[in-house]
Design a protein around this ligand. Structure first.
Ligand SMILES: [Zn+2]
Ligand SMILES: [Zn+2]
Length: 375
């Protein structure tokens, strides 16, 4: 265990491989040999912009946070894991002492050590050190790739089950059919949704959504020249509702709207589409400042909530839904890369397709000396 090759960013548009020390584990920590890592929009965003909101990359940072692996060493106080266990790693270690942690919303912990959110290193190395309680043993019927995909699925489970409190036989519209949007559709379906509407501006993504978890799809019309954004969103919402037979109230109304796109017009349209007394949850990060139809929010008494990462119970629920066969994560993995080709994986995620023109949903990078053909 002498070497720990890692893929890191030194600055904006500057990525490289470097040897890092093998992490030392203590107490209740385990050392995981990283096998599969999914690439997320946020990883790419750090490389392109050097920051997300107030998280600014100021020193070299190992990338990656959606990972699975095999336990290679356990600390003296570890009770639930042993060497050789296949695990999904929840990438945020929380302090357990602050108000947020103690009130059961640990995703809001100000002291969180989150993989590949500056200043903390991520998981794209040979080894990653993690406390045992956020390292989940994978059921035998889950692959290591499934284990990596539990991260984006947990983002969805958090939004749908935890933040929105979605119940069986409710209806949902999801804006954005990227990995998190698709995972939200799958989670809603698994929890007994009566109707799952996918909205995206890319027809191919809608076709996939329909084959995967959506019951209906909707392709927004283009904006007219000179049309104000909010006017466009009103027209878009009216067309969506008419086309799909959605009403403002009653059995044909939409209980929950989730935005996984971050686009201003999607957020505006979603607020208008949600039923009177319904719920709207923001998951997608896009434009940091947007205009919303606040009177609509008020007169419909919408519940408008933000959803950030995942909290207590989200990883276990995501794993259970996959283990029970209610969600299939395999169709979401479209591209696989060797560790040495990590930069290519980032490029592919960034452009949205590989050089052969195939659209990306999720690109997965294998650990050092792990074959992309081994799932
Ligand atoms: Zn992610
Ligand atoms: Zn805390």
């Amino acid at each position: 265990m002498s070497d720990n090759p890692s893929f890191l960013m030194r600055g904006i548009e500057d990525v490289t491989f470097e040897q890092r020390p093998v992490p030392e584990i203590v107490d209740d920590e385990v050392l995981v040999s990283v096998k599969k890592t999914g690439i997320c929009g946020s990883d790419v965003h750090f490389v392109v912009a050097g920051r997300i909101g107030n998280f600014i990359v100021e020193k070299p940072m190992v990338l990656g946070h959606e990972s699975s692996g095999v336990v290679t060493k356990v600390g003296p106080n570890v009770k639930t894991l042993k060497v050789g266990d296949r695990v999904a790693m929840e990438p945020g270690a929380t302090c357990r002492k602050c108000d947020a942690c103690k009130s059961g919303r640990y995703e809001l912990c100000p002291n969180i050590v989150f993989a590949a959110t500056p200043p903390h290193d991520g998981t794209l190395g040979r080894y990653y050190r993690i406390p045992e309680d956020i390292c989940y043993k994978l059921p035998d019927n889950l692959t290591l790739e499934d284990g990596a995909m539990i991260e984006p699925l947990s983002v969805a489970v958090h939004a749908i089950a935890n933040i929105a409190g979605f119940r069986p036989n409710q209806s949902i519209v999801v804006f954005g059919a990227g990995p998190v949007g698709l995972a939200c559709m799958a989670a809603a379906r698994a929890l007994g949704a009566s109707r799952v509407v996918a909205v995206d501006i890319v027809p191919g993504r809608l076709e996939f959504a329909k084959s995967y978890a959506a019951t209906d799809t909707y392709l927004p019309p283009p904006m007219e020249p000179g049309e104000a954004r909010l006017r466009y969103s009103e027209r878009n919402a009216a067309t969506l509702m008419k086309t799909l037979g959605i009403e403002e109230r009653g059995p044909r109304s939409i209980d929950l709207v989730v935005d996984a796109s971050g686009a201003e017009v999607s957020i505006q349209t979603g607020i208008i589409v949600a039923k009177t007394g319904g719920t709207y949850v923001q998951v997608g990060m896009g434009s940091p400042e947007i205009v919303i139809p606040v009177t609509t929010l008020l007169t419909k008494e919408l519940t408008f909530k933000g959803s950030f990462r995942y909290g207590p119970g989200d990883y276990p629920l995501a794993i259970a839904l996959v283990a029970q066969g209610k969600i299939d994560l395999k169709p979401l993995i479209t591209h696989r890369f060797k560790f040495e080709d990590a930069e290519e994986a980032f490029k592919t995620t960034r452009t949205g397709k590989s050089s052969d023109g195939k659209g990306v949903i999720k690109a997965v990078i294998s650990g050092p000396d792990v074959s992309p053909d081994e799932y």
